[in-house]
Design a protein around this ligand. Structure first.
Ligand SMILES: NC(=O)c1ccc[n+]([C@@H]2O[C@H](COP(=O)([O-])OP(=O)(O)OC[C@H]3O[C@@H](n4cnc5c(N)ncnc54)[C@H](OP(=O)(O)O)[C@@H]3O)[C@@H](O)[C@H]2O)c1
Length: 346
């Protein structure tokens, strides 16, 4: 089999980025054997600097440096301190950008948005699990990708490792999607389950913080912004509706009392933050995020604490449910490989 080398530039080496580097190391030979693809990490950048090597970095070494709290700039012989993500993307000689920096909606989706714009304009494919740029600029970025003849994939932006977008955008083609109901956020499910077992609000937040999955700004999860962002992405990418965050009627979980959570548990119901898109008689979709008690016979009524799921109701493919239990960020990190292979093998 003829082999082709694919040069990867990686922005963001946190929970996801460094795990993606580990996946590249672990899967390198298997991907060569199966598809004749030699994935080569030619550069990686974090908030403090960059490591670059045209012959390829050792992704396991990058992951090791980051797991120990270091920076890419410390990579032996190839590191430079103080190089920004955008400076790196402007010049890197690569085929694909994997962008895994923080969401930063309040900072206009930066640095992710500029990095993605620049990469697409330079003719690089882009994969990203970063919701910020997609929520803010889905139409612009998809048009930019088309203009430059490259692909933009972001399957990891909704419900971690669950292929929620792919399922809707690819496998339901030809259908009228009448309803999407999703539990796309881990943090709120965990908090609600703790409340249901009688753990108070403050202790529940502390427990989730200890798990390392609470964002630096807890409002993002607890006030439903994260779920609303994911619903906006589903609306744009799956339903073809150019929705924005302000189009979502949003209620977070802060108003849920211990009593309400315990009452639901006694009835055998799972209280979850549900993101809903419903097709109306006028042909438009209403978008809503709110806590909801899901009965055991609901398709998402038996989700475990660290699980997320989605239900698509369609006119011709029936009702399809998918869910994922995500104990670690590995499945979310792996979405970058899924997206990348989707681009390379299509
Ligand atoms: N964690 C999950 O389970 C999960 C699931 C699905 C999607 N996502 C999305 O994936 C993205 C990454 O998440 P994460 O959990 O890996 O985040 P994270 O642990 O906070 O890591 C963010 C990485 O980006 C780097 N960074 C921050 N600001 C930067 C800047 N201005 N320039 C260059 N690099 C910068 C950080 O550098 P330092 O290492 O130097 O701090 C770090 O390496 C986010 O958009 C998140 O919403 C995460």
């Amino acid at each position: 089999m003829a082999e082709r080398t694919v040069r990867i530039a990686l922005v963001g080496l946190g929970n996801l980025g460094r795990r993606f580097a580990s996946i590249l190391a672990e899967k390198h030979q298997a991907l060569r054997d199966a598809y004749g693809i030699d994935l080569r990490l030619v550069g990686a950048v974090d908030s403090r600097g960059v490591a670059e090597a045209a012959v390829g970095l050792d992704p396991a070494k990058v992951a090791e440096i980051k797991a120990a709290g270091g920076t890419a700039a410390e990579y032996p012989g190839c590191g430079r301190k103080g190089v920004s993500a955008l400076e790196f993307v402007q010049v890197v000689d690569a085929d694909i950008l994997c962008e895994a920096s923080p969401v930063h909606l309040d900072a206009g989706g930066e640095p992710g948005l500029s990095c993605i714009r620049t990469a697409l304009s330079r003719g690089l494919h882009v994969v990203t699990p970063n919701k910020g740029p997609i929520v803010l600029a889905h139409a612009e970025l998809t048009a930019l990708a088309a203009k430059h003849g490259v692909c933009l994939r972001f399957d990891g932006t909704v419900a971690g490792g669950l292929p929620a977008i792919n399922l809707g955008a690819r496998d339901l083609r030809g259908a009228r999607i009448e309803r999407i109901e999703a539990v796309p956020n881990l943090v709120t499910g965990l908090v609600l389950d703790l409340l249901a077992t009688g753990v108070g609000w403050d202790a529940a937040i502390e427990r989730v913080r200890e798990e390392g999955i609470l964002e630096a700004d807890p409002d993002w999860d607890l006030d439903g912004w994260d779920a609303a962002a994911k619903l906006v992405i589903l609306a744009n990418a799956v339903l073809g509706v150019p929705a924005r965050l302000e189009d979502v009627r949003r209620e977070g979980i802060r108003g849920v009392s211990l009593e309400r959570a315990q009452r639901a548990a006694k009835r055998g119901e799972r209280l979850r933050l549900v993101a809903l898109a419903r097709l109306g008689a006028d042909g438009g979709y209403t978008l809503r995020v709110a806590p909801q008690a899901l009965r055991p016979d609901h398709p998402l009524g038996n989700l475990k604490a660290k699980a997320m799921g989605i239900v698509y109701e369609t006119d011709i493919y029936g009702t399809i449910t998918a869910s994922i239990e995500e104990e670690t960020p590995v499945p979310s990190a792996a979405t970058m490989l899924r997206d990348l292979l989707d681009i390379l093998l299509d």
